[in-house]
Each structure stands twice: as C-alpha cells, then as structure tokens.
Design a protein around this ligand. Structure first.
Ligand code: BJ8
Length: 420
C-alpha cells in the first residue's frame, strides 16, 4: 500500500513504534482473519479498510480537517453521533483495543485498571493513535469510575476533553438531566464547528445514523440462520469498523455484504456445517483489534452468532424516531434513544437481562459466554446477576488483551462447547 510516512510524521506519531505496531497488527490479521475458509466476497472491503485503518482513513480525516470539518473522537456509544454529523463533522472511535503503551499508561493509572482504559491512555502516550491526534474534541462520559477518572488525566494530556454527564439511573429526573446534556452537547458542537444545527440538518443526520444501524441489524439477523452465513470474527470486524468508517459508505458496504449473505442463506452455504454449536458473546466492548475470544471460540468448533456488547447489539438495537417537527423535539427523540442503552453502568439495569434472553432466542444460540474485561466492575458484577436469571448454558470469563491466558481460556471454552 501507499507510503504514509510523511502524513504520520506531520500528525506527530512515533514512527519507529508505529511501524512495529502495524507489522504486529498485520501478522495478527493474517493469522486470525485471512486464514478463515469460505469467507464472503463482501469481506474484501472490510479487509481493505483494516489494511488502511492508519492509512487512507487517516488521509481522509486529514483532508476533512483542511475543509474545516471537525473530527470528534469518542469512547462510548452514549455520545450522540447525530449531532456531529449534523454539522458535517467526522465521528470516530479512538484506539483502545490492544495492549499498547501499558507501561506508559501505568505511570498515570493503577495497574488494576481495565485494559480498554489503559489502552487508550497507552496509545496516546506512546504516540500510536493517529485518530486521537487528529481530533478537535474528544468526548468522554461519566459511565464507569475508571473512565471518569481517566478522562481527567486524559484532559491534562490532550487538552481536548469534553465530558457528558450520563446519569446512573433512568428515572424522570435522570432523563431530564440527560436531555439537558444532549442540548449542551449540541451547543458545544455548534460552537466548535461554527455551524448551526437546523431541523433539516438534524433530520438528515438522524437518517444517516439510522440507516447504519439498520444495516447492522440486517447483518445481525442473517446470523440467526443455521448454518450461519458469516463467521463471528468477520461480523465482529464489521461491527468494529462501524466506529471508524464513513457512515454512508459503510452502510452501503454492509448492505452489499448482506445481499451476498442472503444468497448464501438461500443456498444453505454456511461458514461452518449446520448444527455447529452457536455462541452468543455478552459483556464489555470488544474494541478493535481485540479478536481474542472470537478466535478462541471459532477455533474450538463453535460459531459466534452475536455480540451483546457495545461493539455489537448495544450499538444498533434502537433506532432514533425520525418523526420530529422541531429541533427541540429532535433533541428529545435523540436523548430518548440513547437512554434506551442498557450499559452495566446503570442501576438497576434489568433490561439488559431481558435483552440477553431475547437475543439468545432470536439468534438461536446454544450457549452464552459472558466476557468482562478484568477490573471492569460493572460487567463483572452483572455477569453473576445474569447467571442467576437465565436457564440456558452460560459461562463467565474475565480476561484482558494479553495472550498469557490464551491456552487456559481455550481449554475452558472447549469444555463448555462440548457440553452444548
Ligand atoms: S455504554 S459499556 S461503551 S461505558 S470495559 S472502560 S465499562 S471498566 S466501556 Fe462502555 Fe459506554 Fe457502557 Fe458501552 Fe469501564 Fe468496563 Fe473498562 Fe468499559
């Protein structure tokens, strides 16, 4: 592919380390992804995006900035993308899915911090995330304690943080607070972009985001067939890329992939034989390139048919009601939509158990593997709560991004799959 050295230098990346990172990534990708058999043709686009995730996409963002478009970085599915797209901004997730720069990160946060937090700190501190360098604003949220406190430090390092207050409950007073936060975010986005969000702009942005979610829903539904027409690894990748790619192009490519998958379903062409054990994975987000658990499951004779996760169903399950006739009504609809997300940071969060149950049924899964990142208290806690409320095969895992427990996890997962 093209040589981006000049661009990376200009952005301020650590070139030596960055080369190392890219070569590790491309080896992992070859081993985990390109070695899969019978992949859909439509995955070629997503392979391409991954190969250019620090290349072409960064160039696009760089160009966007030259055109005075604003780049907004996020770490959570609570941040309303619609408002960013309404001012023609670029909305991206930031690097947080690999064990990178942990030594640096541990100078700022305790060792016993979840891998996702250490990773975003580590990527920034070691100059390895081009996205963070290109952002005009980084939007955080008051979700888990770890993130909340890490954002204070991240602000000292980047001077770009804006934090939205996310309530812990879903009572009327919480909904009011959240709507107020959405309004404030709109003002902030207008201020930094110098553009005013009109009713029409908001409607258009809402449509774009809904179309993206609909395409992801379509992909999810296709995984309900037995045999599944696509591997869990590939579907996970599509869900991860949802946070990086241009939304309109991404939606088109996901729909093209789904056309092909529908054809596969018609022909009974699956990624694994009919009757292969089907696993629903549930828990903390799988930030790119965290492919560990999916790789273990799919190399142990099962297929992953869904992710009850923010990189998964929590990101696309609800659409925003597009039926609004004033800006204020639009903001209310948006606030309402995001309040529907069942993050474990909420209490009591009973809806998550219902969602796990219905997803299990919809996807015709045989078992659930709950995966919490180590030190992710909200999901570690809910793992127990869910276990007591369900009546299907279930196993709990706590892990991080390292490969140290790979063998041990594989043994446990294999034993679980054998019981299905
Ligand atoms: S809506 S799950 S994206 S907060 S893994 S940093 S919770 S200790 S990421 Fe999340 Fe938004 Fe909720 Fe989703 Fe903390 Fe847990 Fe780490 Fe986490």
């Amino acid at each position: 592919s093209k040589d981006y050295t000049t661009l990376w230098k200009e952005i301020g990346l650590n070139l030596g380390k960055h080369d190392g990172l890219l070569s590790v990534l491309s080896d992992a990708y070859k081993n985990i992804y390109l070695s899969q058999k019978n992949r859909p043709e439509g995955m070629k686009y997503f392979d391409f995006v991954i190969s250019e995730v620090h290349g072409l996409r960064i160039e696009e963002l760089y160009e966007a900035k030259k055109e005075k478009r604003k780049v907004i970085g996020t770490f959570c599915v609570y941040v309303p993308e619609e408002l960013v797209l309404a001012v023609d901004g670029v909305f991206v997730g930031l690097c947080a899915g690999a064990e990178v720069g942990f030594e640096e990160a541990e100078k700022y946060v305790p060792r016993n911090t979840c891998a996702l937090i250490k990773a975003f700190m580590g990527f920034k501190l070691s100059g390895l995330c081009p996205y963070v360098e290109l952002t005009d604003l980084i939007v955080g949220e008051t979700t888990c304690d770890g993130k909340k406190k890490a954002y204070e430090i991240f602000d000292e390092i980047t001077r770009k943080m804006y934090v939205m207050e996310i309530p812990n409950m879903k009572n009327d007073s919480d909904r009011k607070l959240w709507l107020e936060e959405v309004r404030k975010f709109k003002d902030k986005i207008e201020e930094i972009s110098g553009k005013e969000i009109t009713l029409n702009l908001l409607k258009k942005a809402t449509e774009i985001v809904n179309q993206k979610r609909l395409a992801l829903q379509r992909l999810s539904k296709l995984r309900a067939y037995d045999p599944s027409p696509i591997s869990g690894l590939d579907a996970l990748l599509v869900n991860q890329i949802a946070f990086y790619d241009d939304p309109v192009r991404f939606t088109m490519k996901v729909n093209e992939l789904c056309d092909e998958l529908e054809e596969r379903v018609r022909k009974g062409n699956g990624i694994a034989p009919k009757g292969t054990p089907r696993i629903l994975i549930s828990g903390s987000p799988f930030a790119i390139p965290n492919w560990k658990l999916h790789a273990i499951v799919e190399n142990s004779g099962a297929v992953v048919v869904g992710e009850e996760s923010c990189v998964g169903s929590r990101n696309f399950r609800e659409l925003t009601d597009e039926n609004f006739n004033s800006l204020e009504e639009g903001l209310e609809k948006i606030a309402m939509r995001y309040m529907g997300i069942d993050c474990a940071c909420f209490t009591p969060n009973k809806e998550r158990i219902d969602n796990v149950k219905s997803l299990f049924k919809e996807l015709k899964a045989d078992g659930v593997i709950h995966c919490a990142l180590q030190f992710c208290t909200p999901y570690m806690m809910e793992a127990f709560k869910i276990e007591k409320k369900i009546d299907f095969p279930y196993m709990r895992i706590e892990t991080d991004y390292s490969m140290e427990d790979f063998g041990q996890l594989k043994t446990r997962v294999e034993a679980f799959i054998e019981t299905l």
